[in-house]
Design a protein around this ligand. Structure first.
Ligand code: 1HN
Length: 324
C-alpha cells in the first residue's frame, strides 16, 4: 500500500480519516493519545521490600553443591522487586553472591558500575580489579567501576558471602551496554594494593563512624560517605543508627538500596514497616517516605542513584507531604 500523499493528508475531511492516514506513516495525534505521557507526580512503580540473608545463605550453600564456577560465571541470587519482576529498583540491581574455598570466578568487564559489600568472609577471599587483588573482609566495600576487569577468588577456609550492587537497569535503559570476558579467563596479579581507592576497609569506616558519632550532638543517626561519589552513577554511605531514635522521615527522588552491616531494626516506607537484621537487604524506591529505627543501634550501608538524579537536575527532596 502506498502511503498517503501530502495532498491526501491535506484533504482529510474528518478526524477519523486523518487518524487512519497518520497511522500508515507512524504518526500519532498527540491530542488523541489514550495514555498520557506526563503525570503530576512519580508513579512509584517499584515496591519497598526486604530480602532475608539467612534464606539467601541457605540457597547459596545449596547452589554451592549444585553448581560450580566453571558453569556459573557468578554464583549469585538477583534480588528482584516484587512489583515488577524486574531489577531491585528502577536503576539499581542487587544480588547476593557466594564463592567457596579454592574457587575462582572468571574475570570480565562491563560498562555497568559495580560494587560489593562483604557480609561473611575469612582471610583469603578477594576481588581482583584490573590486576590488583583486594581483600574482602566483613564490612569492606570494594568498587569495580565501568569497564574495569574484575573477578573473585577464595584462598581461605570458609565460604565468602557478599552483596553486589550494580547500575545494570540504568545501563539497559540508556543502551550503552558492553560486556566482555577476560581473554585469559583469569587476570595476572600485578600488585597487591593495601590502600586502593577501590577498597573501603571496615576498620576505617568504623573509626570514621565513631568520630562522627562523638562529634554529633543528639540526632538519630550519623552518615558518612564512601567516596565522592564512589561511582559516577551511585553514591555510597554508611549510616550509624543511634539506639532508640527513629530517623527523620525522608522522601527523596532517588532510589536507595540498604544492606544491614550490624544490628537489627525496622524501616517504615510509605506506611509499611519491615524488620531487618544483619546481612539483610532492603530497597526503598524513589519518592517513598521512609524512616529507620533500631532499639539497640545498627549500621546500614546505603547505595543510591542520587548522583544521576543530581546531574540531571531531577533530585528533589519532599517534606513528606509535597515536593519543595
Ligand atoms: C556481575 O558481573 C557480578 O561481577 C555480580 O560479580 C552480580 C549481577 C547482574 C549482572 C552482572 C560480578 C551481577 C553481575
Amino acid at each position: 500500500m502506498t502511503s498517503p500523499s501530502p495532498q491526501q493528508f491535506a484533504q482529510s475531511g474528518s478526524l477519523d480519516e486523518l487518524y487512519g492516514k497518520l497511522g500508515q506513516v507512524m504518526m500519532v495525534p498527540g491530542w488523541a493519545k489514550t495514555a498520557p505521557s506526563l503525570w503530576p507526580e512519580p508513579k512509584k512503580t517499584f515496591s519497598a521490600h526486604r530480602w532475608d540473608y539467612a534464606q539467601a545463605k541457605g540457597a547459596l550453600d545449596a547452589a554451592g553443591r549444585l553448581i560450580n564456577t566453571e558453569l556459573a560465571e557468578r554464583r549469585n541470587l538477583i534480588l528482584q522487586n516484587p512489583a515488577t519482576g524486574y531489577a531491585t529498583s528502577r536503576t539499581i540491581v542487587a544480588a547476593y553472591q557466594m564463592i567457596m574455598p579454592g574457587e575462582k570466578a572468571r574475570s570480565h568487564r562491563h560498562t555497568p558500575n559495580a560494587l560489593r559489600l562483604i557480609i561473611d568472609a575469612e582471610p583469603g577471599a578477594y576481588t581482583i580489579v584490573n590486576g590488583e587483588k583486594l581483600s574482602m573482609m566483613p564490612g569492606d566495600v570494594v568498587l569495580t567501576p565501568n569497564w574495569c576487569w574484575h573477578g573473585h577468588g577464595n584462598e581461605g577456609r570458609a565460604c565468602a558471602y557478599w552483596l553486589d550492587v550494580l547500575d545494570v537497569p540504568l545501563v539497559q535503559l540508556l543502551d550503552p551496554m558492553f560486556f566482555e570476558p577476560h581473554p585469559d579467563e583469569f587476570e595476572t596479579e600485578i600488585k597487591v594494593a593495601n590502600n586502593s581507592p577501590m577498597h573501603f576497609a571496615w576498620a576505617d569506616t568504623q573509626r570514621r563512624l565513631a568520630e562522627a558519632d562523638a562529634a554529633s550532638s543528639g540526632g538519630a543517626a550519623v552518615e558518612i560517605a564512601l567516596g565522592d561519589p564512589a561511582l559516577d552513577t551511585m553514591a555510597l554511605s554508611m549510616i550509624k543508627l543511634k539506639p532508640g531514635n527513629a530517623t527523620p522521615a525522608r522522601k527523596v527522588m532517588a532510589n536507595n538500596v540498604f544492606g544491614v552491616v550490624q544490628g537489627e531494626g525496622a524501616t517504615t516506607a510509605d506506611g509499611e514497616t519491615f524488620q531487618w537484621r544483619r546481612g539483610d537487604v532492603f530497597v526503598v524506591p524513589s519518592w517513598q517516605e521512609h524512616t529507620h529505627h533500631s532499639a539497640e543501634g545498627a549500621v546500614l550501608f546505603r547505595a543510591t542513584d542520587e548522583p544521576v538524579m543530581t546531574k540531571l537536575g531531577f533530585l528533589r527532596e519532599g517534606n513528606g507531604k509535597s515536593a519543595q
